[in-house]
Ligand binder design. Structure first.
Ligand SMILES: [Fe+2]
Ligand SMILES: [Fe+2]
Length: 274
């Protein structure tokens, strides 16, 4: 994979070492692609699977095997985010080459996702497992080809998946803490602190582009087809972290009261995102 930009290597290299290629900001614009591929390249050991495992219940998360399974699902979300952000940098460098600051922000979040992935995988190994031991789904990626513009990408990634991750990181941090596992609780806190910054990337750019529309209306208009704003909320909706991420009361209240046919009751755990 020599000679490729870091973003190409992450997207088209199949090994974990490729996915963890250090980010070099001067690679932005060095290579571009027209569209997102159908799927990112993955070697046999980390290949996608249709098999769905039941996500462990909070009370089961003191069991090392169940805990490894949960952290494996979180690590897969990080890996998908890594691949999607690399893809976004490659596509938008082609379609929006003038948006260099935006591309740098996405690359900055990508770097954090690599850090999160490594933290989870290290913990999974301490629990006696390896990344690839459990089935890996394509869930986040399924929206990637529908998010062909920067505003659609940020509505999907920052203001939906990463925004929900704020609530999930708090929820599972507290679950692990209740089980006396400070090591895993601390990982969730590191992820939370970074995700607040990633959501801020989305709120900053969408606020900039929305002109005289309300942010929530603009966000709705940008969201890729079949993606509901209810996906941007976790089990318990935390207002404070959203304010830290630059979202205002008006947006947050509209999000909280937003209701469509999607049932929040289906989402007792992280697994129901899939
Ligand atoms: Fe992350
Ligand atoms: Fe993130």
């Amino acid at each position: 994979m020599n000679g490729l930009s870091c973003f190409e290597r992450i997207l088209f290299g199949g090994e974990l070492v490729d996915k963890l290629t250090p980010i070099n900001l001067s690679d932005i614009g060095r290579a571009t692609i027209e569209n997102a591929p159908e799927l990112p390249t993955r070697s046999e050991a980390i290949q996608f699977s249709d098999v769905q495992l039941k996500f462990p219940k909070p009370h089961q998360l003191n069991d090392p095997h169940k805990k490894a399974q949960a952290l494996h699902a979180f690590a897969n979300h990080e890996l998908l985010a890594i691949e999607m952000m690399a893809c976004a940098v490659l596509v938008f460098a082609k379609t929006h080459p003038q948006e260099h600051v935006l591309l740098k922000s996405i690359a900055g979040s990508l770097k954090d996702e690599q850090k999160h992935f490594k933290l989870y995988v290290h913990r999974i190994e301490e629990l006696g497992h390896q990344f690839g031991d459990f089935p890996l789904n394509t869930f986040f990626w399924n929206y990637m080809r529908k998010a062909a513009t920067p505003e659609a990408f940020l509505a999907m990634m920052s203001l939906t998946f990463e925004q929900a991750n704020l609530d999930f990181a708090i929820f599972y941090r507290d679950v692990f803490r209740q089980h006396g596992d400070e090591i895993t609780a601390n990982i969730m806190q590191v992820v939370l602190d970074d995700e607040i910054k990633h959501v801020a990337v989305g709120s900053f750019w969408l606020n900039k582009w929305k002109e005289d529309q309300e942010l929530f209306e603009y966000y709705l208009a940008c969201l890729p087809e079949n993606l509901t704003p209810n996906r941007s909320k976790g089990i318990l909706i935390n207002k404070e972290v959203r304010i830290q991420a630059g979202l205002d009361d008006n947006y947050i209240n509209k999000l909280i009261s937003y209701d469509d046919n999607y049932k929040l009751t289906q989402r007792k755990t992280w697994s129901s995102r899939e």
